[in-house]
Design a protein around this ligand. Structure first.
Ligand code: ADP
Ligand code: ADP
Length: 230
């Protein structure tokens, strides 16, 4: 589903050159729930941004469903991202002066979908995360766990095939973190959504189907493959 081949990412400023990813090869199959672990600064967010077509690699190739995205125009990339990929971030990234349901509708605004259909899909997504009673609230009136559930509903409203989650439980206490993890596990199991999640939490990582460890911009362990490649 997502294939990374020989991916390198170098950030250059006038004085410093940082190699964030160094020859990364990875294939995420449809239906997998992959967790990515590693120390701060080892390239996890960069990897997720490249997988999510938010950022371009300095070298190497990203393919989605077997098609290299290199030749895509910015418009085609935006379309692919909007239709296939849902993002969940540690800090939720909700719009504070929009209600919960309006936040969830946001990604649908860029599609050719009527207002009533948008509302219907947003309410369905909120039901999936157990927030049907909070649709008219504003983000400031919710707990951290509830805000993250809104962010997950926003990702789900677009009916994505892939969810990319950057430390989705990082700002939450263990009870709320477990709730978020349970929602992601259920989505993966019941709806077959492919999930790639960056986490610092070993306990959460061990609930997923595959654990990849990073160090200094490279994979150093993969609970599923590597022996096939090395
Ligand atoms: P992680 O998510 O594992 O903490 P990142 O992918 O955020 O790691 O960062 C990897 C490396 O790239 C770090 O050394 C970081 O400082 C550097 N980096 C990340 N983003 C940028 C940027 N926009 N400009 C320059 N350096 C960056
Ligand atoms: P952190 O893990 O440090 O809290 P975030 O979760 O806020 O960082 O964001 C992770 C990465 O995703 C960052 O590199 C950021 O630039 C990018 N990002 C965050 N929000 C968005 C967004 N709405 N659209 C595109 N990229 C985003």
């Amino acid at each position: 589903m997502i294939q990374l081949s020989n991916i390198e990412k170098v950030y250059r400023t006038k004085t410093i050159e940082t190699v964030a990813l160094n020859c990364v090869n990875m294939h995420v199959e449809r239906g997998e729930f992959v967790s990515i672990m590693g120390p701060s600064g080892c390239g996890k967010s960069t990897l997720l941004n490249i997988m999510g077509l938010l950022d371009e690699p300095s070298a190497g190739q990203v393919s989605i469903d077997g098609l290299p995205v290199k030749t895509h125009s910015d418009k085609q990339l935006a379309k692919l991202r909007n239709e296939k990929i849902g993002f969940v971030f540690q800090s939720y990234h909700l719009i504070h002066d929009l209600s919960v349901v309006d936040n969830v509708e946001l990604p649908l605004l860029y599609r050719n979908i009527s207002g009533s259909e948008r509302r219907k899909r947003a309410l369905e997504a909120l039901e999936k995360v157990g927030l049907s009673t909070r649709t008219r609230h504003f983000p400031s009136q919710l707990s951290g766990g509830q805000r993250q559930r809104v962010a997950i509903a926003r990702a789900l409203a677009g009916n994505p095939e892939i969810i990319l989650a950057d430390e989705p439980t990082g700002n939450l206490d263990s009870v709320m973190g477990e709730e978020i993890m349970d929602i992601l596990l259920r989505l993966n199991k019941e709806e077959g959504t492919t999930i790639v999640m960056v986490t610092h939490d070993e306990h959460m990582a061990h609930k997923t189907s595959r654990l990849i460890r990073f160090f200094d911009g490279q994979q150093v362990a993969d609970s599923l493959v590597l022996e096939a490649q090395i």
